[in-house]
Design a protein around this ligand. Structure first.
Ligand code: ADP
Length: 892
């Protein structure tokens, strides 16, 4: 055994660190250190033909390749090379180690190793520094023991003697009964292991073949090499030169492996049995996830959570909120998707991630001139309102964080409140978001529900901010006067916090549960009326009134703004549809009677729809007569020219050939012009006309008042009638307390002055004797209240008792006292505009309302006669044809 022989292998592998190569196993080594590269190049690469044996440890940086690789050099060749070789004494006993003095370190080599054959050698790409690496795949062949270790240059060579048995030795051992028993035992255990593995992985076929063909002592090495066993065990396997020892060791290791598989299987079965249904689902889901991942199909929950986390990271949350969000995210990660609370937690985190904590729309340098142009191009008239908006913008420009009041546009519907607010946003270059507060009675609508509630949500403000996705939008609080108070709290007080610059830095939405900074939001509010707005809220706002438009203004708005917009919205242009000014006037007079222009816009849209249908129809079927006319004639001319006076032939031209051209020509040739007939056809018979007032006041007991509602000023008729009874007063028509009192006062005043008014022959006579009075305010669906109907009530009663009709062209407004004084009222401008819309020519106003007339457009005043009254008698004097019917000379 001591002699050295030439081996088929070319490298010797010594156990090193935690790696042992056993015969039959395959190992892959990367040679990166200069010495190992040298080894490969000198011993393996270039000297292939020589069958050298040399030993050199490969000291790679990589731990994985930490086996010592030594080339096998046949005896004598090492010294032939002429290189300086350091002789190292090597002990033969197992306990001895080889001591090699390296420059820096003292490596202890195991005295046995395995000869290996290179199966594959590849050279790595040369680094810019000129360094080369090799990867060698080696197969272990047989054990050897090191006789002498020496260095050659930077690497080692060794004189070795193989520990392979000779053929005769082998035959001897095979006769040994112990060996036979041991090998049978080993084969049986190995077989068992293979069948267990076969059941699990269905790959046993090849291994079984191995078992039958390979000699048993080699099998022992091959089996052991395929298990993960400790370094010590591997070493002792390498040292088991004796076949019987080797076999019994291998049997033991294989058996242990077999047992451990069995135990693992048992545990799995037991655990699986205990798995509840949901756990099973979880397992299946995990598997599904793995499958999806394999398929690259990554839209499952975990990825969602990862995506959510990413979104949260980029949301720019302040640090304290980020901490809070992370806590919540950790909780979410621990939950399973089917667990209650998972979804609500996720929706909450989504909201946190979506909210614009820092995201702002880039604010343009505010250009007041451009802002003015923007306002002018969007809105006709409204000079004062626009002026006030420009002032507001100017202050913002000079002091961007100015805590100016919140603008509140007050006026009837359709006067442009919302569109003015959106123009402000456009002028500031900010996004616009509208929050509707109409009908909000629950504080939670503003502030959100706590997350403990089922179906809890954030409030409308936070929701709006999420929608608009920037933290500095212009936010319109629409219909702020329509919020109400009930048992569910007071939305107005929550709004107070929102609008208070001191408090809105840390606005606390109950759902969000962390403060959100609203201070960058520009708030604008709208309302129909000022009165219902709670005073503290009103205090924070600057009211800008938009009283409604005169018919002339409406006409201009329609011609300049509404018609172009409506046409555009319907895909039309003036080439298709023309609505002449006269027709717009008719629409204003006959089909709308509103303060704003919303119905007008709707009616114009109806006309545009009708036109769109016609145009669309025409595109499909061009009238035949036109077709023939346009295309037929040149053809006919050609035929006539060719035919020498012969019979004229007609040719049929397929429609599709020139269809487009035809319809184009047709369109341009005749745009649809709206006329009265079309108005009636599309919009129906006129809804309003000027005769209405005359018809309604045709009988005594009816008078025309002017009132103020959420829709702006309105003409309100008051009807009074008498019947047999015993002096009672009946009132109907959805009336509030104030108006009921006014009716009482009016009746008292008339009764007290019945004789003076010529309603009774003498002062002792009770004009209510034997009769009841019923006063009705038509349009019963609209709630009415307020003192301004006082004069109208008296006039109706006087008309009833005197049986004289009031003038149909006269409307009135004013509060009366018991003594007959006429007190001023509000909403004069709206009321006069309403009278104007109704075609009324004379308006009786309290004298003290004279100052309000400056607000009324001059064009309206020019068409109206305004009569001022100080006392009730002045009103009556003007209300009846030919003056008041009171007794001449009497003093009222
Ligand atoms: P509000 O909010 O007061 O109810 P909107 O702002 O919705 O009314 O206005 C209704 C429509 O009338 C909008 O299309 C608006 O552009 C238009 N409008 C109102 N006033 C004017 C005006 N002065 N000039 C041009 N268009 C107007």
């Amino acid at each position: 055994m001591a002699e050295s022989v030439e081996l088929p292998g070319r490298l010797g592998i010594l156990p090193f660190r935690n790696k042992v190569l056993l015969p039959g196993a395959i190992i892959r080594i990367r040679c990166t250190s200069p010495s190992s590269v040298k080894l490969v190049e000198q011993e393996l690469w270039q000297r292939e033909e020589k069958g050298l044996i040399g030993i050199l440890p490969v000291r790679d940086a990589a731990e994985t390749a930490a086996a010592a690789v030594v080339p096998m050099v046949s005896q004598g060749v090492g010294s032939d090379s002429g290189e300086r070789s350091t002789r190292v004494q090597v002990g033969t006993s197992d306990s001895q180690r080889l001591d090699v003095k390296n420059q820096q370190e003292n490596i202890q080599w195991h005295p046995r190793g395995v000869a290996a054959r290179a199966l594959h050698l590849s050279r790595g790409v040369e680094k810019p520094s000129g360094r080369v690496t090799y990867t060698v795949i080696l197969e272990g062949l047989c054990r050897f023991s090191v006789q002498e270790l020496s260095t050659r240059g930077t690497y080692y060579t060794a004189r070795i003697s193989p520990l392979e048995m000779t053929k005769t030795e082998m035959e001897q051992v095979e006769q040994d009964p112990d060996f036979i028993t041991l090998s049978r035992q080993f084969k049986a255990t190995a077989m068992e292991l293979i069948s267990v593995l076969e059941q699990k992985q269905k790959t046993g076929g090849r291994t079984k073949v191995l078992l039958e063909t390979v000699p048993v002592h080699k099998l022992a090495d091959i089996f052991v090499a395929s298990f993960e066993i400790s370094f010590e065990e591997q070493l002792s396997m390498l040292d088991s030169v004796d076949l019987k020892v080797r076999l019994s060791k291998a049997t033991e290791i294989v058996d242990r492996h077999l047992q451990s598989i069995r135990v693992a299987e048992k545990i799995t079965q037991k655990v699986e049995g205990q798995l509840s249904k949901s756990q099973k689902e979880f397992l299946l889901r995990q598997q599904m996830r793995a499958i999806k991942e394999e398929l690259g199909d990554n839209d499952d929950d975990e990825d969602d959570v990862a995506a959510l986390e990413r979104k949260m990271q980029s949301a720019g949350m302040p640090s304290n909120i980020w901490k809070h969000a992370q806590r919540e995210l950790r909780r979410l990660k621990k939950m399973q998707p089917q667990q209650p609370g998972y979804n609500s937690s996720r929706v909450y985190l989504e909201l946190l991630a979506d909210l614009p904590w820092q995201n702002t729309s880039e604010e343009l340098e505010l250009d007041l001139k451009a802002a003015k142009e923007q306002l002018d191009s969007d809105h006709y008239g409204l000079v004062k309102v626009k002026q006030r908006i420009i002032e507001y913008l100017a202050v913002r420009k000079l002091k961007p964080d100015a805590r100016g009041p919140v603008l509140c546009f007050v006026g009837p519907p359709g006067v442009g409140k919302t569109s003015l607010a959106s123009s402000i946003a456009a002028a500031l270059g900010r996004k616009f978001v509208r929050i509707s507060l109409g009908g909000v009675k629950d504080e939670a609508d503003i502030r959100g529900h706590r997350r403990t509630y089922i179906g809890s949500m954030p409030g409308r403000l936070i929701e709006g901010l999420k929608r608009v996705a920037v933290c500095n939008p212009v936010m319109l609080l629409d219909e702020i006067d329509k919020t109400g108070v009930d048992v569910r709290g007071d939305p107005a007080s929550a709004l107070l916090e929102v609008l208070d610059p001191e408090q809105n830095r840390t606005f606390n939405d109950h759902y969000l549960n962390v403060p959100f900074d609203l201070s960058k939001v520009v708030f604008v509010a709208t309302a129909n009326r000022v009165q219902p707005i709670p005073p503290p809220l009103l205090d924070r706002m600057e009211v800008i009134e938009l009283p409604g438009y005169t018919p002339e203004e409406k006409l201009k708005i329609a011609m300049r703004h509404l018609i172009p917009r409506v046409l555009d919205q319907h895909g039309l242009s003036s080439e298709f549809l023309q609505i002449p000014e006269d027709m717009v006037k008719l629409v204003i007079q006959r089909y709308t009677r509103e303060a704003g222009v919303r119905n007008l816009e709707r009616n114009l849209a109806a006309l545009a729809r009708a036109a769109a249908v016609r145009v669309a129809e025409q595109e499909q079927a061009v009238p035949l007569s036109k077709d023939v006319h346009q295309l037929g004639s040149p053809l006919l001319e050609n035929r006539l020219a060719d035919a020498d006076g012969g019979e004229v032939e007609m040719e049929v031209i397929p429609m599709s050939v020139n269809n487009h051209e035809i319809s184009n020509t047709f369109r341009i040739a005749s745009p649809l012009v709206v006329d009265e007939a079309m108005l009636e056809k599309v919009l129906g018979p006129p809804r309003f006309d000027d005769r209405e007032t005359a018809e309604r006041v045709a009988s005594p007991g009816v008078s025309v008042g002017l009132v103020w509602t959420t829709f702006g000023g309105e003409v309100q008729f008051v009807e009074a009638t008498a019947m047999v009874g015993n002096g009672e007063l009946h009132l109907t028509g959805q009336l509030g307390d104030v108006i009921k009192e006014s009716a009482q006062i009016a009746l008292t005043w008339v009764r007290a002055r019945a004789a003076d008014l010529n309603l009774a022959a003498s002062e002792d006579i009770n004009i209510l004797e034997g009769r009841d009075i019923h006063i009705h305010f038509p349009a019963g669906a609209v709630p009415k209240d307020g003192p301004s109907a006082g004069v109208t009530l008296v006039t109706a009663l006087v008309s009833l008792f005197s049986q004289r009709r009031v003038r149909a062209d006269t409307a009135m407004t004013g509060e009366i006292t018991l003594r007959g004084l006429v007190l001023p009222v509000g909403g004069v401008k709206d009321k006069i505009l309403a009278a104007h819309r109704y075609g009324i020519k004379r308006v009786i106003l309290p004298e003290r309302n004279l100052k309000d007339l400056v607000e009324v457009p001059a064009a309206v005043l020019a068409n109206l006669e305004v009569l001022l009254a100080k006392r009730m008698e002045d009103v009556l004097e003007q209300a009846f044809e030919g003056g008041c019917p009171w007794r001449q000379g009497s003093k009222l």
